[in-house]
Design a protein around this ligand. Sequence first.
Ligand code: G6P
Length: 607
Amino acid sequence: MCGIVGYIGFEQAGPFLLDGLQALEYRGYDSAGICLNDGSKLIVKKAKGKVFDLRTLTHDGHDTKGTVGIGHTRWATHGEPSDVNAHPHLSESGRFAVVHNGIIENYQQLKNYLTAKGVVFRSMTDTEVIAQLMEYYYKGDLIETVIRVLEKLDGSYALGVISQENPDEIIAVRKESPLIIGLGENENFLASDVTAILSKTRTIYRMENDEIAILGREGVKIINTDKEEIHKEIETIDWDVNAAQKGGYEHFMFKEIMEQPKAISDTIAPRIKNGRVVLDEVNLSAEELKQFNKINILACGSAYHVGVVAKYIFEKMLRIPVEADLASEFRYRDPIVNEKTLTIVISQSGETADTKEAMKEAQRRGSHVISIVNVVGSSIAVESDDVIYTWAGPEIAVATTKAYSTQLAVVYLLALYFGDMLGTVVPDEYKALVQELEDLPNKIETVLENKERIQYLASKLFNSKDVFFIGRNIDYALSLEGSLKLKEISYIHSEAYAAGELKHGTISLIEEGTPVIALATHEELIAKIVSNIEEVKTRGAQVMCIACDNHKELERVGETIFIPRVCDMLLPSLAVIPLQLFAYYVASLKGCDIDQPRNLAKSVTVE
Ligand code: G6P
């Protein structure tokens, strides 16, 4: 989704702004722009398309002098992707420039008001009203004006503002949309996400709602809307810069698929001590845990698919009813949630607007919230009651792989931890499961070694128009993710279906040559899924099957990929690997933009 970057210092701002925008490309966007104060006026350069186009237009940012500037990558909400709708937006006379992430919900009223006063708008965006309001209210004091404008805005925003008359300041504000300030020597930075400034500094301020930052060359002052100074703690980012680079791989997605054994090990290992799962992050006693009569899982996209897997695992191991809910649906359906409901929120970014709002709804209704989040210090992590971090490191490809896998790993840890506290997992089973969990990264390595076979199968199917994924129980939950991965990055239509449900509708779509990817790992249901496979084969389907290596007889059902047999709970972590690789190779054969699929954003910070 949209990205913000800003620079103030003694160097030319343009080249850094472009590098920063390039680092934010992974979030997904459709146009980009920069604005610099050249000492006497604001100069804006914008281009629909990629940062590469903006680089060409600006000679890599060298064509405009100026040591203060703001930049933006836009993911269109109000108004089509175009040069004119790209940010930064100028006020009518060109005195103020604004970049904005989020949505101004009352922009139409504000626009009507200003239009009636004679203000002429250029774009279709909600953001332009902020720039125009700045000019409308300006009486010579930049901060006063920003505060006045903020009073008028409803919605969410992270803002960067520069003014023609103040070449020595950038103003930054946040409300419900992430924003950080990077601290350098004789230079300071603004960004929606640390990846944009990692090459320059690792010390940051993390902005909170309604804080206003005034960035100068030699310092940063943070105030509240009453102009009182706020003293914030400096945070140091300990990410490895290489983690946000491709490191010789053609795509981030492939690199991240290959990083999964390490990411899972980093997530699990510190939480297993002497054969026991230790989750110090969870502030619930056994007594408190026993009070819950329901678990409620809230998430979007792939994180929701982790929630569907978790439903099967928790219900089996904890004997508590579990509902996995799409956060965007949960919010508006008057859910039955109260203090007897334990809510688990899953989010890679920790900033997904729907997930965040659903979490707040659950909290309002008295539910205790545990979040599973990858980005440290993100809104969901901070606002949940307890947070369990996944240690996947930065995930850059829009289509998630290693974050999904580490979220699954936390689900296993929680199942064991709670199962032990509730007494629903017996000691022998517990011991065996912990041992298998510790060995999981090695097992994943062996599945990754089989990648050429999956590449070969992708080469047979990449011209398909429709692909079906079927499975039962956890295999069904996993098929949802396999199908989404394929759709997201290869643009091939696909559907995931509970295998037993197929004959109640979707089987009418199966014809000669239709690819069906059957997940057949769940031991208890092998015979059932084999019957479903026969049903589609009889109707001409071309079957690719994923099965455990103790069921070699499944070779006869189609092109079969074998994964090592592990306990049922852990199977999704192995079976998802061929699904990720399959989607990746198909998209690669089709020449798709794998890391930044069309229309998609990594972190969806609008509703
Ligand atoms: C977007 C991404 C998905 C992701 C979903 C939830 O739609 O494209 O890959 O699964 O958001 O994101 P989160 O950061 O909350 O896990």
